[in-house]
Design a protein around this ligand. Structure first.
Ligand code: SOE
Length: 432
C-alpha cells in the first residue's frame, strides 16, 4: 500500500503539529521542463492546501549522473538515481511521476503499475493508441488493488477552466452548439531552430497535434462532458529539415555540431543533397508543424480545432470558445485569470460579454491562495493537479483525467492522423 509509516513530528510554526499525516512518497522520472514544473508543485502543494497526506520527494531518475544530481539539488529531491527501474523496485516509493518524452511513457507506466505504484504520467499519454490501450488496461487492473493512475492534462486545473466546466454543468450555456478551440504557439517559426525531440516522431509520437492539440482535445471534452465522435483533418509540416541540436532539450536547444548517435541524418551532404539545399548536419522533421480539424461531439455540437507552432506572435495561445443555446464562454490561456461569459437570458438591454476575473475564494482552487483579486499563473495548474491527485489517492477514488480519458484523447489524435493521410476524409473516433 502507499501509506508509509505514520510520522510523529512537529513541523513549521512552533506548537502547530502536522503529526499523524500519512506520507505519499514520490519518485519522479525526468527533470527537464516538465520535471521542474512538477517538482515545484510537489514542493508547494502541502504548503498551500490542507491535505490528508504529506508529500515526500524521495528520488528523481535521469540517465546522466552529473545532471540528475544537479537537478535533484536544484528541484528539491532527496536523492538522484540513474535508472528509473530502481524507483519502481523500491519499497519506499508509492507513486511514480513520469516526466519523460512520450516514447518511454508506456514502458515506465506499465512497470510502475505492475509494481503497485500509483502513476502520474505526462500528456500525451502515449505515442500510439496501442500503447495507450495497454496503459489503460493496466490501470484498470491496478485499480482493483487500490492503485491509481492519472494523466497530466494540467489545464483542467486552471481555475477559469474549472469555472467554465461548472457553468456548463450548471446549464448556464444551455445546449452546446459550437466548440471553437485553438492552441497557437510560434517557437519553431525560425527554420534554424534545431531538430529537438519534440520534432521527431520516434520520440514524440506526433508534433503540434500530440503536444498541444492533445490539450485542447482533453480540455473541450472535459468542459463539455462530451466525447468527439468523428473528425476531418489536415496536417502540415512547413520546414522539412532542421539543423541537428547541440543538445536535445525540449524547447530551448541551440543548433550545433551533431551529437553522437541518432537522429537519422545526412552525415555529410551528397552532391545531390547539396544541390537541393540540404546541408550537412541537418535531419528530417518527422512530425506535423500544424494540425487542423473539424469535429462532431456526441451531444450534437460541431467543433473546429487548430494546433500550430507557426502562429507568429502567439506564445501560449490556448483559446476555447463555446456557444450554447443560453450563452457563451471564452477562455484564453494568455489571460488565464479571466473568463468571458455571455448570458443570453439577461435582459437584452444589459446583454454583452462579461469579463469575470477568476480570483475570488468562491472560484475553484482559489480559496487556498491569496486574498481576493490577487492573480495566479501557469505553475499553479500543476499544484492543483497534485492536490487533486493526492486527495484521490488518499480518498480511494479515481483521479481524472484517468488513463481511459487520456486513451480517448489518443483515439482522437489517431483519427486526425488517419483522416489527414486520407485527404481529410471523415474518420470516426471509437470509444475507449
Ligand atoms: C510546448 O509546446 C509546451 O510546453 C507543451 O509541451 C505543453 O504541454 C504546453 O502546456 C505548453 O507548450
Amino acid at each position: 500500500g502507499w501509506i508509509g509509516p505514520r510520522i510523529h513530528e512537529r513541523q513549521g510554526v512552533a506548537g502547530v503539529t502536522t503529526a499523524d499525516k500519512a506520507r505519499l512518497r514520490v519518485g519522479m522520472v525526468g527533470y527537464a521542463f516538465m520535471g521542474a514544473a512538477h517538482s515545484q508543485a510537489w514542493r508547494t502543494v502541502n504548503r498551500v492546501f490542507d491535505l490528508p497526506s504529506q508529500v515526500s520527494m524521495v528520488a528523481v531518475a535521469g540517465r546522466d549522473p552529473a545532471k540528475v544530481n544537479a537537478a535533484a539539488q536544484r528541484l528539491g529531491w532527496e536523492q538522484a538515481v540513474t535508472d528509473w527501474r530502481e524507483l519502481v523496485a523500491r519499497d519506499d516509493i508509492d507513486l511514480i511521476d513520469i516526466c519523460t518524452p512520450g516514447d518511454s511513457h508506456a514502458t515506465i507506466a506499465l512497470a510502475a503499475l505492475a509494481a503497485g505504484k500509483h502513476v502520474l504520467c505526462e500528456k500525451p499519454l502515449a505515442n500510439s493508441v496501442a500503447e495507450a490501450r495497454d496503459m489503460a488496461s493496466a490501470a484498470a487492473t491496478a485499480r482493483e488493488s487500490g492503485v491509481r493512475a492519472m494523466c497530466g492534462f494540467n489545464y483542467r486545473r486552471v481555475p477559469a477552466v474549472a469555472l467554465l466546466r461548472r457553468l456548463v454543468e450548471d446549464g448556464r450555456l444551455g445546449e452546446i452548439r459550437h466548440v471553437r478551440a485553438a492552441y497557437l504557439q510560434d517557437w519553431i517559426t525560425d527554420p534554424q531552430f534545431p531538430l529537438v525531440w519534440r520534432l521527431r516522431r520516434e520520440l514524440a509520437g506526433s508534433g503540434a497535434l500530440g503536444d498541444i492539440g492533445a490539450h485542447i482535445v482533453d480540455l473541450t471534452q472535459y468542459v463539455t462532458g462530451q466525447r468527439i465522435t468523428g473528425v476531418s483533418a489536415l496536417t502540415e509540416t512547413f520546414i522539412k529539415r532542421r539543423p541537428l541540436p547541440a543538445e536535445s532539450s525540449g524547447l530551448s536547444a541551440s543548433a550545433g555540431p551533431a551529437p553522437s548517435g541518432p537522429p537519422a541524418t545526412e552525415a555529410s551532404a551528397s552532391p545531390a543533397a547539396e544541390e537541393a539545399g540540404i546541408a550537412a548536419g541537418t535531419g528530417p522533421v518527422t512530425v506535423d508543424d500544424a494540425a487542423l480539424f473539424l469535429a462532431r461531439l456526441e451531444g450534437g455540437a460541431v467543433a473546429t480545432y487548430e494546433a500550430t507552432r507557426f502562429a507568429t506572435g502567439r506564445k501560449n495561445g490556448l483559446r476555447v470558445e463555446i456557444n450554447g443555446s443560453l450563452g457563451s464562454a471564452a477562455f484564453d490561456l494568455e489571460r488565464l485569470n479571466e473568463l468571458e461569459f455571455y448570458d443570453a437570458t439577461a435582459p437584452s438591454a444589459r446583454q454583452g460579454f462579461t469579463r469575470i476575473l477568476v480570483t475570488e475564494p468562491e472560484h475553484p482552487y482559489l480559496s487556498a491562495w491569496w486574498p481576493p483579486g490577487h492573480l495566479i499563473g501557469y505553475e499553479h495548474s500543476f499544484t492543483h493537479q497534485m492536490r487533486d491527485l493526492i486527495e484521490a489517492v488518499a480518498g480511494g477514488t479515481d483521479p481524472r483525467p484517468s488513463f481511459d480519458d487520456a486513451l480517448q484523447v489518443q483515439l482522437v489524435l489517431d483519427a486526425v492522423e488517419r483522416s489527414a493521410a486520407n485527404g481529410s476524409g471523415w474518420t470516426a473516433v471509437g470509444h475507449a
